[in-house]
Design a protein around this ligand. Structure first.
Ligand SMILES: Cc1cc2nc3c(=O)[nH]c(=O)nc-3n(C[C@H](O)[C@H](O)[C@H](O)COP(=O)(O)O)c2cc1C
Ligand code: SF4
Length: 428
């Protein structure tokens, strides 16, 4: 029996993404219509029951976030959709933005109604230029059809969505840096508190959710929070999009019920990753982008749900699953991860700006076979310092992959100290 689900992705590839008629013919805007007949707090109750853990990486419960914003005084309130999708190996929001943009628009509109907002902003990754243009077309089509703009569906409520382009900085996916970037300020994180729900976009109360999180909202309103929750399990409601890539036969975006598949299913099942090319062995897999944890073959039977993964020191993060085969050296891989963080560090704080460079220097010693036990100790101390003292999530998570590798594959570091590695020190 198929383990793939087609709920969030049910319209993908089946409709013209810029056609309101097509969207409506497959259930589109039913959620918004229903929402407009409901009290805002009743919608938030459904969100709470749905237990939708935010799909952008931090897995913060969306219902809780909505309730917090609801209880905050102040107007106007703004709705912001995070479509920066900067985590390497992550391309699941792209599918929604490109192939079913109106599901995101509908989710943002329902949020707009709940908070009495008149303006929503969607920040789309700079590299998705064509998607940005098509998304603007979709907005215009929705306005013409009365689902956005003035007096939406005769309700007397006005709501518009503005598209803002990213410019290639990974840190701008961090929610406060994202707001600075929308405000045309330098894309650097803000100090928190105050939280964005209180002092957000243009210093007003603001909701920031991920693209997939917003696309889930019409489903929740339509089917009810309980039914949505039951699509998942273990305190993790709904379905999840997973982008699978690297050394796999199929590089795909899969939709699965949370907790209803294991990591092994995602990597090896024909309908998902389809296994590793040329029959090679799995060496490790990287979850949730460069900031996420690395897992190993002995963890493959872990169910894909926040709770089960956490027990293993793993997490869903951005929804990426990058697979690496036996030909990849762990030190080489970690050097690449580190180069990414050196490049993307905004430079605002010392632990991240300098720490990543130091980690790279020490890893290079391992690569060259001149590292010692003291270097391994230093790597761990650096990691602890960066994780606890960095200003934002970028620096705090930069050593997650390194920590997993030291914990589970210390022997590979020790082998490099002795100059033993088939990739770095091949025997003639
Ligand atoms: C360095 C960094 C990059 C991030 N990039 C993204 C991103 O590209 N997309 C995203 O939705 N969230 C990203 N986040 C998480 C956001 O800060 C925020 O938690 C999220 O947009 C909230 O939406 P959610 O609750 O629906 O997940 C990033 C966080 C950090 C620290
Ligand atoms: S941790 Fe510090 S230097 Fe790194 S991106 Fe965040 S604010 Fe910038």
């Amino acid at each position: 029996m198929s383990k793939a689900v087609s709920l969030l992705t049910k319209r993908v590839g089946k409709i013209n993404p810029q056609s309101v008629e097509d969207y409506v013919s497959m259930g589109g805007f039913e959620g918004l219509k229903k929402a407009l007949t409901m009290e805002p707090m009743a919608i938030i109750d459904e969100m709470l029951e749905a237990t939708l853990l935010g799909r952008g990486g931090a897995a913060y419960p969306a219902g809780k976030k909505w309730k917090q914003l609801y209880n905050i005084e102040g107007s106007p309130k703004y709705i912001v959709c995070n479509g920066d999708e900067g985590e390497p190996g992550t391309f699941k929001d792209k599918i929604l933005l490109r192939d079913d943009p109106m599901s995101v628009i509908e989710g943002m509109a329902i949020a707009g109604y709940v908070f009495g907002a008149n303006d929503g902003y969607i920040y789309i990754r700079g590299e998705y230029r064509l998607i940005q243009a098509a998304f603007k077309e979709s907005i215009e089509a929705c306005k013409k059809a009365g689902f956005l703009g003035e007096n939406i569906l005769g309700s007397g409520w006005n709501y518009d969505i503005h598209v803002v382009s990213g410019a290639g900085a990974y840190v701008c996916g961090e929610n406060s840096a994202l707001l600075n970037s929308i405000e045309a300020q330098t894309g650097r994180p803000r100090i928190k508190p105050p939280h964005l729900a209180e002092v957000g976009l243009f210093s007003k109360p603001t909701l920031v959710n991920n693209v997939e999180s917003f696309a889930d909202v019409p489903l929740i309103v339509n089917m009810g929070g309980k039914a949505f929750y039951e699509l998942g399990s273990e305190g993790d409601g709904g379905t999840k999009l997973v982008s699978i890539c690297g050394n796999v036969n199929n590089r795909v975006v899969a939709e699965v019920g949370l907790g209803h598949v294991t990591l092994r299913d995602l990597i090896y099942d024909e309908e998902f990753g389809g296994g590793i090319p040329e029959g090679k062995e799995l060496k490790f897999f990287h979850m949730g982008g460069q900031s996420g944890p690395i897992g190993f073959p002995e963890q493959l039977d872990t169910p894909y749900t926040a709770k089960a993964l956490k027990k293993e020191g793993l997490s869903i993060g951005s929804g990426a699953l990058v697979v690496l085969d036996e030909d990849m050296c762990i030190i080489d891989y970690l050097l690449k991860v580190c180069e990414f963080f050196i490049h993307e560090s905004c430079g605002k704080c010392v632990p991240c700006r300098e720490g990543n460079k130091q980690v790279h220097n020490i890893l290079t010693k391992f690569k060259n076979g001149v590292a010692t036990e003291a270097d391994l100790e230093l790597l761990q101390r650096l990691s602890r310092t960066m994780t606890t003292a960095s200003f934002c999530g970028l620096g705090q998570a930069a050593c997650t992959a390194l920590d997993c590798c030291i914990k589970h594959r210390r022997a590979e570091f020790e082998a490099h100290m002795r100059g033993e590695c088939p990739h770095c020190f091949p025997k003639e």
